[in-house]
Ligand binder design. Structure first.
Ligand SMILES: Cc1ncc(COP(=O)(O)O)c(C=O)c1O
Length: 375
């Protein structure tokens, strides 16, 4: 019996043929025709004018923040419930993060907290480089409310859509909501290039600045002239080829993840004290299905279910430990309600990989059934 992972890469013959073609073409380099094509195809898919392929989602975030002028003496407002990379990228620029608590139904940034925070920062004369919402686990933040709040305050939005390619809200695609958006193609994401990312924007100047900084800030002369500090952040051509193959399969991979979510929803429908995070969001890409368990009502804790599944070689994971609880961010400013801490204590992500076989899917469901039956 092999291990069932949370969200392993789903790659096969199509990716192999694209990678092989890229290698045989001789373009084994950062940049090349597959990078150009991947950027054009992704921009079309998300509906932005420009896309800049990067070596990771974190690199894309860093570039987006630099391009809107983030730096020392400034703050970047972001959810506390996110992966470390969101905060890291802000800190790379010299800016400081301010963490905001989440909406308990989705885990995304709580817009009710955002508006008074931005007003207070304005009154205090603080310099806000950007607001950086995260589309958690493949569910878009509440942009219908968030964008007007940020527009009124006059701050750019950088969308961390690392996990949400293919998700939508109000007819718009994840990655297209802010001044810039970013995607991740890390191995565990909805589609992968093994490692990689993308910056998306409608702003020609921002895209050009990001491209320039991502290629060591080289001036357009033969002798390597530099007037800025740059980065080596571009995506390799071979990895872009893998991404193009994955993009062809994206809708099928989202369908499979949705199918798994529907099966989990059925399994837990009659279980007291259990709900799905962001249940019923029609635009979710269903990247990771997460249950939220209230032990007082269920009679068991998410840790007990996790241990039961681990004993059968089935991987699960708690929801992220919020950034304001991380030792590295001790002392950082935060606006809190307790919602993120509750999701950290009560949330559990379940195996959601699009490559999961029917047999493994059944194995997971039977293991959960066995656990629920023993309670
Ligand atoms: C919310 C979020 N932001 C940023 C990143 C960073 O992406 P990458 O791993 O490609 O650098 C990730 C994933 O790893 C993520 O989940």
């Amino acid at each position: 019996m092999s291990k069932v992972h949370l969200s392993p890469p789903d790659v096969g013959p199509l990716e192999e043929s694209y990678a092989l073609a890229a290698i045989r073409s001789g373009w084994v380099a950062p940049l090349g025709p597959d990078v150009d094509a991947f950027e054009a195809e992704l921009a079309e898919r998300v509906g932005t004018a420009y896309a800049v392929a990067t070596s990771s989602g974190t690199a894309a975030l860093h570039l987006a923040l630099l391009a809107v002028g983030a730096g020392p003496g400034q703050v970047v407002v972001m959810p506390t419930l996110t992966f470390a990379a969101t905060a890291n990228a802000a800190i790379y620029t010299g800016a400081e993060p301010i963490f905001v608590d989440c909406d308990p139904t989705t885990g995304n940034i709580d817009v009710d907290l955002l508006e008074p925070l931005l007003e207070r920062l304005d009154t205090e004369g603080r310099r806000v480089a950007a607001v950086l919402p995260v589309d958690m686990f493949g569910v878009c933040a509440d942009y219908d409310r968030l964008l007007p709040v940020c527009a009124r305050a006059g701050h750019p939005v950088i969308e961390d859509a690392a996990e949400s390619l293919g998700a939508t809200r109000s007819g718009r695609a994840a990655g297209s909501f802010g001044r810039a958006g970013i995607l991740s193609f890390n191995g565990n994401k909805i589609m992968t290039t093994s490692g990689g990312g993308m910056l998306l924007t409608d702003d020609a100047e921002l895209a050009a600045r990001a491209r320039y900084l991502a290629t060591q800030a080289r001036q357009p002369v033969a002798h390597y002239e530099h007037t800025d500090i740059g980065y080596n952040y571009r995506l390799s051509n071979v990895l872009a080829a893998i991404g193009r193959a994955q993009l062809c399969r994206l809708d099928g991979m989202i369908r499979r993840r949705r199918e798994l979510r529907d099966q989990y929803a059925k399994l837990f429908a009659a279980v007291p004290g259990v709900r799905l995070l962001a249940d019923g969001d029609p635009g979710a890409n269903c990247w990771l299905t997460t249950i939220v368990v209230e032990p007082a009502a269920s009679g068991w804790s998410p840790a007990e279910l996790a241990a039961h599944l681990a004993a059968q070689d089935i991987e699960t994971r708690p929801v992220w430990k919020p950034m304001h609880l991380q030792p590295v961010h001790a002392g950082a400013e935060a606006v809190l309600t307790g919602a993120a801490e509750r999701l950290f204590a009560t949330g559990l992500t379940l195996p959601s990989g699009s490559g999961m076989s029917d047999h493994d899917g059944e194995r997971v469901r039977q293991a959960i059934d066995g656990f629920l039956g023993s309670r």
